[in-house]
Design a protein around this ligand. Structure first.
Ligand SMILES: Cc1cc2nc3c(=O)[nH]c(=O)nc-3n(C[C@H](O)[C@H](O)[C@H](O)COP(=O)(O)OP(=O)(O)OC[C@H]3O[C@@H](n4cnc5c(N)ncnc54)[C@H](O)[C@@H]3O)c2cc1C
Length: 550
């Protein structure tokens, strides 16, 4: 769109509805929204909200057309979508409080209904019809923005660990971004010059026309508008550490029961589940649900009941403090709570192979979400692991990579993988399964080019082309921060329930009264989304008996 030229603007055609991203409200829907807002006329080129604005209004187009434009008024201006009568504007940031990733500009003279963001949030929280239609559209719009590489621009060297950290943080938090590689993208240096930044000062993030130089995760989170701690003293009834499915569930049930609930996560909401392309065995979603959507929905639900989220906030230690617990974050700030739910899950172990450190900077991944798929589109990739996560990654990446080699140590793919995934994988022509096989060497200069594997039955070595390596092998629990306060098993998972000391404890209670463990971090847990969710809810019931709402 050239918004400087009204005649050109008028020619803009409405964007088709992509899988429910741009539904049209019918007359009844518009009538239901009308009492919440105000109708007003708009003029051609009028800006309804700008890139970077927070707390924008929710607009329904009643007449004319409105375009969503990235980089409005700059040489890089790009039209994301165009909407006519009955369409509504905005995307997920309107519900989460992030700054808008684009500007909404009236294409021609028309009329809109403007609804305050707070009333929209109330509507989404209570209305099963329109509320759910809007939420679903906003979740899909966020995926479209991620796919388009709209939003943040991250500029840096592919060999820089900080550039990788910033990209990972954006990807895990589902912040849409475009990656400009100083070592491969001719436009990257020109853009740096435009902002007066020297290559040695990278990585930089350009967000809402602001330049952040090598921002910490906390700085990036604050600039993007991710949930920040309130200024009130950090004291709560229920402190949930970790916001995967177990922690989210504890937050939803804790807050809805009236407990003052706070949730910390060191990286991003959603945990491991948030990195899953499609979860197919979670009750109530017969066609599956993406981990990102499950995480966004759960966070909105927990916030609706009043749970407070702080991201990124890594718990570094825990100690007793009278009848309470004191958790200190990595930045030193304290949080005091009557009950604590440990929901810190587990992380994939690293491969024991030479030069892993080197290739981890840019070619080794421990998640396979849309962000990773974009980075390896059109390349051959290898996946290591024989469980469901590796299987799901193979199915998902097969639609983006040219060839996918699945390297499995077991002799039979079905040994640890669900049957439905095995069946699906065997039907995908560009997925090649190597059983009884292990990775021995990684090859390439700065970036990965190939991996050498050995067949454990025959000792035969083979080298396979791979520009990216996805690792989904055994899990290591995230329990280092507990510092010995609660009992762990021999593998570092948190023990719960009646112990060998004969003490009476409920199923999810640790060796410390009032500290519970749920989900993958708990010794003997089933390592599934549904069990983590169930345990999160159950821990709240147990915590409630000890904690009365303040
Ligand atoms: C790619 C993939 C696909 C999967 N697919 C499925 C599936 O289809 N079906 C299924 O049932 N299961 C699936 N799983 C497993 C499922 O995701 C996990 O069992 C589930 O996420 C466990 O939930 P959790 O809440 O216990 O912990 P996690 O999801 O591991 O979340 C833990 C959270 O704690 C945070 N954290 C860790 N340490 C700290 C700290 N010190 N301070 C603050 N925060 C911290 C982490 O950042 C993380 O966000 C999959 C897993 C992966 C990786």
């Amino acid at each position: 769109m050239s918004t400087n030229s009204t005649s050109e603007s008028r020619e803009l055609v409405e964007t088709p509805d992509l899988n429910g991203a741009y539904p049209r409200l019918d007359e009844a829907g518009i009538a239901a929204l009308a009492p919440l807002g105000r109708r007003r006329r708009v003029q051609p080129e009028e800006v309804l909200f700008r890139e970077g604005d927070r707390e924008c209004q929710f607009f329904v187009v009643l007449a004319g057309k409105v375009a969503s434009v990235e980089g409005h008024g700059t040489p890089e201006e790009r039209v994301i979508s165009v909407h006519g009568r009955g369409r509504f504007l905005g995307e997920l940031s309107l519900l989460t409080g992030e700054g808008s990733y684009y500007t909404a500009v009236a294409v021609n003279e028309g009329e809109v209904l403007a609804v305050p963001a707070s009333r929209l949030r109330e509507l989404v929280a209570r209305d099963q019809g329109i509320g759910d239609l809007i939420l679903r559209a906003y979740l899909i719009r966020r995926s479209i923005l991620i796919g388009l590489g709209a939003g943040l621009r991250i500029i840096g060297s592919r060999y820089s660990p900080d550039a990788r950290r910033v990209r990972d943080f954006a990807a895990r938090n589902r912040l849409p971004y475009r990656w400009l590689d100083l070592d491969g993208d001719p436009g990257a240096e020109a853009l740096l010059a435009q902002f007066g930044v020297a290559p040695q000062d990278t990585p930089i993030v350009i967000l809402h026309a602001r330049v952040l130089r090598n921002p910490s995760n906390a700085e990036l989170a604050a600039a993007a508008g991710l949930p920040a701690p309130s200024s009130s003293p950090a004291r709560c009834d229920l402190l949930v550490v970790g916001s995967g499915p177990g922690g989210m569930s504890a937050a939803v049930y804790g807050a809805s029961e009236g407990l003052r609930s706070m949730v910390l996560d060191g990286t991003a909401t959603g945990g491991q589940a948030g990195t899953s392309a499609r979860i197919e065995n979670y009750l109530g979603f017969p066609s599956g649900i993406s981990g990102a959507e499950l995480a966004e929905r759960a966070m909105l639900q927990a916030r609706k009941f009043g749970a407070e989220f702080v991201v990124p906030a890594e718990a570094a230690s825990i100690e007793k403090d009278g009848g309470q617990y004191l958790v200190r974050l990595a930045d030193g700030s304290p949080v005091t709570a009557t009950s604590v739910v440990i929901a810190t899950g587990a992380r994939y172990r690293r491969l024991d192979v030479p030069q892993l450190d080197h290739f981890e900077k840019m070619s080794v991944y421990y998640a396979a979400s849309q962000a990773e798929a974009l980075l390896c589109a059109g390349d051959p990739v290898a996946i290591v692991g024989g469980g469901n996560s590796a299987g799901q990654a193979a199915v998902f990446l097969s639609a983006h990579a040219t060839e996918v080699t699945l390297i499995v140590r077991e002799g039979d793919l079905g040994e640890h993988m669900s049957r439905y995934l095995v069946d699906r994988i065997t039907r995908i022509p560009n997925v090649h399964v190597m059983t009884s096989t292990e990775v021995r060497e990684l090859h390439g200069e700065a970036a990965l080019e190939a991996v050498t594997v050995t067949d454990n039955r025959t000792g035969t070595r083979r080298t396979i082309d791979a520009r990216a390596l996805f690792v989904f092998i055994g899990m290591a629990p995230c329990t280092g921060w507990l510092g010995g306060l609660v009992d762990l098993d021999d593998h570092g998972f948190v023990r719960t329930g009646p112990g060998s000391d004969g003490a009476e404890r409920s199923l999810l209670e640790t060796s410390q009264p009032g500290i519970f463990a749920v989900g993958d971090v708990r010794a003997g847990s089933a390592k599934r989304v549904a069990t983590a969710v169930g345990e999160g809810a159950m821990a709240v019931r147990l915590a409630f008996e000890r904690t009365r709402p303040t």
